[in-house]
Structure formats: C-alpha cells, structure tokens
Design a protein around this ligand. Structure first.
Ligand SMILES: Nc1ncnc2c1ncn2[C@@H]1O[C@H](COP(=O)(O)OP(=O)(O)OP(=O)(O)O)[C@@H](O)[C@H]1O
Ligand SMILES: [Mg+2]
Length: 234
C-alpha cells in the first residue's frame, strides 16, 4: 500500500482571463517507510500540491488516496478527524499561534486529541528539548528567531506521531547543523514501515536523506528517482 497516491491532480487559481493553471495533471506517489522529497523551481506548484494532499485545499479534478483510503469518499467531518489523527504538516510560513507559547503551540495536536493540558505541554516541551530549543519552551513565537519558530512548527507536526508528515521547506531557516538534526528526526519517523514523510525542499545539503526524489516543473511531476539515503538510518 502507498502512503500517498495522487492521480491526475489539476488545480487552477482565479477565473476567466486571470485564471492560472497551477497543477496540470500531477501523478505522485509516496511510499510507506520512506522519505520522499519534492523538488522544483519556485512557483512550480509544490505548496499547492502538498496542500491538496493534506486536504487543506481542494483540487479541481483528480484523486488522492492516503494509506489506501480515498479522501473524497470521506465526509468532511471524517476528513477532519483523519487529518487530525494521521497527518502532521509544517507550513512554509510556520503558522504558529501568536498568543500561545512555543510548547503550547507544539502541543496543539495533543489538545485536539483530548490529552490533559499539562501532560500535553510537558510532552511537547520534551520534543522541543530534543530539537535543541527546550530553553525557549515558554516563549511566545514573536520572541523566537526564524529557525526557532521553524523547529516549533516541526515539533507540532511530530508530537502526535502521525502516519504522514508533510513539511514545506523545513530547513530553510536553519544552519547546516540544525538542518541535519531536523532531517535526522524526520528520517527516524519515516523508517517506520507504516509511516511516510514528504519534504518539499530547495536545500541540496540535505538531499542525501531522501529515499526518493520527485522533480516537479510547471505543474507536473517530470520524473522521480529513487535514491539510497546515506545518513537516514542508524
Ligand atoms: N491562493 C492562490 N491564489 C492565486 N494564485 C496562487 C495561490 N496560491 C498559489 N498561487 C500561484 O500558484 C503558483 C504555484 O504556487 P506554489 O506556492 O504552489 O509554488 P511553490 O512551488 O511552492 O513555490 P515556492 O518554491 O516559491 O514556495 C504560483 O504562480 C503562485 O503565484
Ligand atoms: Mg512553496
């Protein structure tokens, strides 16, 4: 079974003369137990595609299956529950809630799952510690650097141990060493046989973590290469 299977996804923004066709029939697969990279030039449609996979955006046509389940066949409530339980998403712009501390932001998926607030914040703070920012757990996002906010966003995507983790440029604001440790954490999540990680990135310093690299250009996947990760397993 594939973690993600997309067929012929199309998506346009705008209408009439201002319509822009962003996805032009995308076929994309991410396998369980693997870290799949999605790479391609700015504006080619990467964020649009992963937003559709994550159910944050609707497509105009085509199908998305997650772990063998056709998302379109679920009711909107079932889709929300599926996302909440099985999906972790790191946004390109982090999207942290400004009035919550770092640890509270990272604990949001646990709050949503009904976990006791104190236990949830403690679990999230522990993960922030492993990401090297435990000392900032009680700071508000506006007091954090870009790289620190990025790690809080990553913790929020990982904290509930979802089956599918999707990250949009997770190392963009990080130095090389922090970027490597973030990728290590992600690849450890991906080695579970029933989980998968998708990473959008321009950062060729971390390409060696990929099991598979899907190349996108102008709204289509042009080719996919499999690759043996050199530092992804321990
Ligand atoms: N909500 C929107 N309304 C109109 N146009 C949009 C919208 N979202 C994206 N686009 C357009 O769709 C195209 C693809 O955008 P997308 O964000 O998917 O690219 P990307 O590959 O993620 O780029 P980058 O690497 O710069 O993040 C761009 O031309 C963008 O301007
Ligand atoms: Mg993008």
């Amino acid at each position: 079974m594939n973690a993600v299977h997309c067929q012929q996804i199309e998506k346009s923004f705008g209408s009439g003369e201002t319509e822009v066709k962003v996805l032009r029939g995308v076929d994309f697969t991410a396998h369980q137990g693997e870290m799949t990279f999605l790479v391609g030039p700015s504006g080619c449609g990467k964020t649009t595609l992963i937003s559709i996979i994550a159910g944050l955006l609707g497509s105009d046509s085509g199908s998305v299956e997650l772990f063998g389940e056709s998302i379109a066949s679920l009711s909107s409530r079932e889709q929300i529950l599926f996302r909440r339980r099985h999906l972790g998403f790191v946004f390109q712009q982090y999207n942290l809630l400004p009035s919550l501390t770092a640890a509270e932001n990272a604990a949001v998926p646990l709050f949503a799952a009904g976990m006791n607030r104190k236990a949830a914040v403690a679990k999230a703070a522990d993960l922030l510690d492993r990401l090297g920012i435990g000392h900032r757990a009680h700071a508000l996002p506006r007091l954090l650097s870009g790289g620190q906010q990025q790690r809080v966003a990553l913790a929020r995507a990982l904290v509930h141990e979802p089956r599918l983790i999707i990250c949009d440029e997770p190392t963009a604001a990080l130095d090389h060493k922090s970027g490597e440790s973030v990728m290590e954490l992600l690849s450890n999540s991906a080695v579970h046989p029933d989980r998968a990680v998708i990473v959008v990135t321009h950062d060729n310093r971390v390409f060696h973590f990929a099991h598979r690299i899907a190349h996108m250009d102008d709204g289509v996947i042009t080719h996919t290469e499999s690759s043996a990760p050199t530092a992804a397993t321990h």
